[in-house]
Design a protein around this ligand. Structure first.
Ligand code: KG4
Ligand code: ZN
Length: 332
């Protein structure tokens, strides 16, 4: 099967092709199924001057970019549209205008090519991105998604049922990275900036609060206020604030994930989403001796079409497709 994956839920327009029959060798093992081409247009540089994603601007840029990216993708893969067997597209969660662009494009193409269109849940795809990186990884595992919009822990069973175990009751962890960077330097998005600043800081210098230590919940708004107050007080260097803040986030996330994995008897942990590309967070998770921890590559942590194409391959057999009736309302 040749699968086209389409991602437009936020500010990345991205398309990829997964060929389930292509094989490749990694080390001593041969694997079947791989991404044969992938394209992305990231709008970060467009939204950065506004300090956050402007939904209307995001959807308009998806409209401008999606067709040229699709054309380039087919050219790179040396295939024609007729070779596509299935299309998968992110239908939820995301910015409604942005999602509409991807879904409309997918449905139009599906209709023209007479191929099914599979609705993909964005968070399930973020989790499956770890399997694209670690080809022997299979559920059951516990999965943390930590991005600009989500800080969720899911338990994934052997049949790929996703059970939500923990979520943030207010801000997502990535959102707080962005807010802290904005207050320190007026920079957006802020994750990479904070990670670099933290490299020369002391991560134990400032004790920031951790909420809900014992409950199955995350909360980051208290941490956000505490860090901002600390910056404004001018008492500590920005490097020490960044390092101590980053350490608090990594500890909050890893303590909770390890506690729940232990309780459920899971020995494998997946960590995905934009914040999962943070090197310090990776170190903290990987320094544990008890659980196997699986991160996608840094590229696959942030939004991309590759994970949508792969999730489509995994979920195609459920035979749940989008309606091709133009008047049908899709759940988004
Ligand atoms: O998954 P993603 O690309 O988009 C969604 O929010 O769905 O994640 C973007 C978030 C932003 O908040 C960004 O600041 C954060 O991921 N991020 C990082 C790093 N790279 C991106 N946070 C901490 N450290 C990083 N290296
Ligand atoms: Zn995402």
């Amino acid at each position: 099967m040749l699968i086209l994956g389409i991602e437009t839920s936020c500010d990345e327009t991205s398309l990829a092709l997964y060929d389930s029959e292509s094989s490749f060798i990694d080390g001593n093992n041969q694997y079947k199924g791989k991404i044969i081409a992938s394209k992305i247009f990231s709008q970060d540089f467009i939204h950065s001057r506004f300090g956050g994603v402007i939904p209307e601007i995001a959807s308009r840029n998806h409209i401008i970019k999606i067709k040229p990216l699709y054309d380039d993708l087919l050219k790179d893969a040396l295939i024609s549209a007729k070779d596509i067997d299935v299309i998968g597209v992110t239908t939820t969660p995301g910015l409604i205008g942005s999602l509409f662009v991807g879904v409309s494009f997918a449905k139009g193409l599906g209709y023209a090519l007479s191929v099914p269109v599979v609705p993909i849940h964005h968070l399930s795809a973020h989790i499956l991105a770890a399997e694209l990186t670690h080809r022997d990884l299979k559920p059951p595992y516990l999965a943390l998604i930590v991005s600009g919009g989500h800080t969720h822990i899911f338990d994934v069973d052997v049949a790929y049922n996703f059970r939500l175990m923990v979520r943030t009751v207010d801000d997502a962890a990535g959102e707080v990275f962005d807010k802290v960077a904005k207050v320190i330097a007026g920079i957006y998005p802020g994750g990479v900036y904070i990670e670099n600043l933290a490299k020369t800081g002391d991560h134990l210098k400032i004790k920031f609060p951790i909420a809900f230590r014992k409950e199955d919940k995350f909360s980051f708004s208290g941490l956000k206020t505490s860090v901002i107050n600390c910056i404004r007080s001018g008492e500590y260097s920005n490097e020490d604030v960044a390092a101590s803040f980053q350490h608090t986030v990594a500890k909050t996330l890893s303590d909770k994930v390890f506690t729940i994995a232990e309780r459920l008897g899971r020995d494998k942990i997946v960590v995905s989403g934009g914040v999962a590309s943070n090197g310090y967070l990776r170190e903290v998770f990987q320094s544990n001796k008890k659980f196997g921890v699986y991160f996608p590559t840094k590229y696959l942590c942030t939004d991309n079409g590759d994970m949508i194409a792969y999730a489509t391959y995994k979920f195609y057999s459920k035979k749940e497709f989008l309606s091709m009736d133009a008047t049908a309302s899709d759940r988004m």
